[in-house]
Design a protein around this ligand. Structure first.
Ligand code: ZN
Length: 280
């Protein structure tokens, strides 16, 4: 597959999830070799593992006191579309949350059109298992022998609306579009006050989050998938792995994954050249 960029400028606007501000992002084409670059004012932040500055509830990148929060849903769609070179201008500190999933990013970018560039997209091939643990939680990635990115994820919330959920999917654009991209982020009503006190979830509402009450999902329309929660975890994983800046050949598995564990996994993969090779 060749590198891709957007054919023309495309904008997204709306409220942001954590900071609750109105935000507009403008995606613009970039030449070969540019990579994915976020720009706020004059500050350009290249998407790379070194740019990640915080992973509390969301993935935040930063440089020179400028931070951009919650990039994972947008990046999940961009990576799945095979986009390697892109400028993302942003007028505030966080992309709009839209409906809490990545489906609108995916569909609108596709509709606006993509351009194939001259070089082949580099692929990071996992050569041996790498894992990160935190108590019972773990994330791992192991060789997938040319089958691309496969993801298995499991969660266990002792809550009647969620419980144990697991899902496995081989990621390509079609499976991503149907099985993963529509899955929305979620939060527990009992946590919202605490999160708001931390300056998080300030823009959360029934149109952009699955709101979980004491017993049940409180959104009037219910769920998009019966296991929407674990599917959203997979959406997040792809956004967090996109920071590698390449296509991926690896089999990812997790129990109770988090942005923090995914970020540690990315750094651990890159920390030892025996863990991976790069092919194009
Ligand atoms: Zn998410």
């Amino acid at each position: 597959m060749r590198n891709r960029t957007v054919a023309e400028e495309i904008k997204f606007s709306g409220i942001t999830l954590h900071k609750g501000e109105n935000s507009t992002i403008t995606l613009k084409p970039l030449d070969e070799g540019s990579g994915i670059i976020f720009q706020r004012g004059d500050v350009r932040i290249p998407l790379s593992p070194d740019s990640v500055v915080d992973t509390t509830m969301a993935t935040t990148i930063g440089k020179d006191n400028i931070k951009i929060h919650t990039i994972e849903h947008l990046m999940s769609a961009i990576w799945s579309l095979g986009i390697s070179n892109l400028l993302i201008e942003i007028d505030t500190v966080e992309p709009p949350v839209l409906d809490g999933s990545s489906i609108k990013f995916l569909e609108d970018i596709e509709k606006s059109g993509l351009i194939e560039q001259s070089n082949l997209r580099e692929k990071l091939v996992i050569e041996r298992e790498v894992s990160v643990r935190d108590g019972e939680r773990f994330v791992s990635i192991s060789p997938n022998h040319g089958k691309g990115l496969s993801i298995y994820s499991k969660i266990d919330f002792s809550h009647p609306a969620i419980g144990i959920q697991e899902f496995a999917v081989d990621i390509d654009l079609e499976s991503y579009r149907k099985e993963v991209a529509p899955a929305r982020t979620f939060g527990f009503i009992k946590d919202f006050e605490k999160l708001k006190a931390m300056g998080l979830a300030l823009g959360a509402n029934y149109d952009n989050v699955i709101v979980v009450g004491e017993e049940e999902v409180l959104n009037g329309d219910g769920l998009r998938f019966e296991n929407e929660f674990v599917r959203h975890k997979i959406l997040d994983v792809i956004g967090d792995l996109s920071i590698l800046g390449m296509d991926i050949d690896g089999s990812y598995r997790s129990f109770a994954s988090s942005h923090a564990l995914n970020s540690q996994l990315v750094k651990k993969i890159l920390s030892d050249k025996r863990n991976y090779s790069v092919k194009s």
